[in-house]
Design a protein around this ligand. Structure first.
Ligand code: CAA
Length: 253
């Protein structure tokens, strides 16, 4: 994993296993989990952008490293604990996707809050083609993103879709030319990094938790989060700046 700090408050993580199209082996998974656990506690870090290279975001779990594994061995690896560090990363996360985002790679993108896809991106959940099924949220997050009939088609056939289709289906926030993907993701990250950090964390938590709650409970959660934000300096700064007709200078407090 390559970790860079290209803009104030923005960390860029590049998956870096080009010989295997960034397939996720235990080493990459552990590294990603450790880095995110560190970044979540660093107040200087406001937004994380995850990307791969021009050929692949990530072509899935490392098939070679699991072809001979027993259920006990898969249990022992405890992959869900490593994924939890991604799922529980409470700051905004953007996936910048060029090339293959397949299987676990597509699932990694599905953990992001915003997906910027290149026109040539290839999204898919092809696990069925190697005799298994997604195991890192693919069956659940994909259906929530695109609905039952599109999700089932991808899951049951293992077909890939390109960036334009992903955007049309709601699996990408935006589609841009492949060579513009990273710049666009960093542009969004920079804008979000200058925002009110506590409000951003509450927005993320409320959207994700609320999606799985009955509407009345979700609305109550939203109401409480909304009210809590009136305890932040950024709320006072944001509203004062509006009234004084100037740009707010959020401090993330
Ligand atoms: N695991 C391990 N190695 C992989 C890999 C993967 N998921 N995907 C690609 N690679 C390796 C290839 O084996 C190859 O290595 P060698 O040169 O040493 O043979 C190298 O990356 C380049 O790949 P290809 O030669 O296959 O490249 P291509 O352009 O012809 O095809 C591809 C690209 C269509 C993505 C093809 O590589 C492919 O189908 N990969 C597997 C995709 C897949 O099935 N992913 C799901 C994995 S299961 C999963 O993810 C489970 C889960 O969520 C829990």
């Amino acid at each position: 994993m390559i970790e860079e700090a290209p803009r104030p408050g923005v960390v860029l993580l590049r998956l870096n296993r080009p010989d295997a199209l960034n397939a996720l082996n235990m080493e990459i998974r552990r590294e990603l989990a450790e880095i995110l656990a560190r970044l979540v506690d660093d107040p200087a870090v406001r937004v994380v952008v995850v990307t791969g290279d021009d050929k692949a975001f990530a072509a899935g779990a490392d098939i070679k490293a699991m072809a001979e594994a027993s259920p006990t061995e898969m249990h022992r690896r405890g992959l869900h604990r490593l994924w939890a560090a991604v799922a529980e990363f409470r700051k905004p996360m953007i996936a910048a996707v060029r090339g293959f985002a397949l299987g676990g790679g597509c699932e990694l993108a599905l953990h992001a809050d915003i997906i910027v896809a290149g026109r040539g991106a290839k999204f898919g959940l092809p696990e069925v083609r190697v005799g298994i099924m997604p195991g890192a949220g693919g069956t659940q997050r994909l259906v929530r993103a695109v609905g039952k009939y599109k999700a089932m088609k991808l899951l049951m056939t293992g077909e890939q879709i390109d960036g334009e289709t992903a955007e049309r289906w709601g699996l990408a926030s935006e589609v841009v030319d492949d060579d513009a993907v990273l710049e666009r993701a960093l542009e969004l990250a920079t804008r979000i990094a200058a925002g009110p950090a506590v409000a951003l964390e509450h927005i993320k938590e409320t959207v994700l938790l609320g999606a799985d709650l009955p509407l009345q409970s979700a609305l109550a959660l939203e109401r409480r989060s909304f009210q809590l934000l009136f305890d932040t300096d950024d709320q006072r700064e944001g509203m004062a700046a509006f009234i004084e007709r100037r740009k707010p200078a959020f401090k993330g407090e």
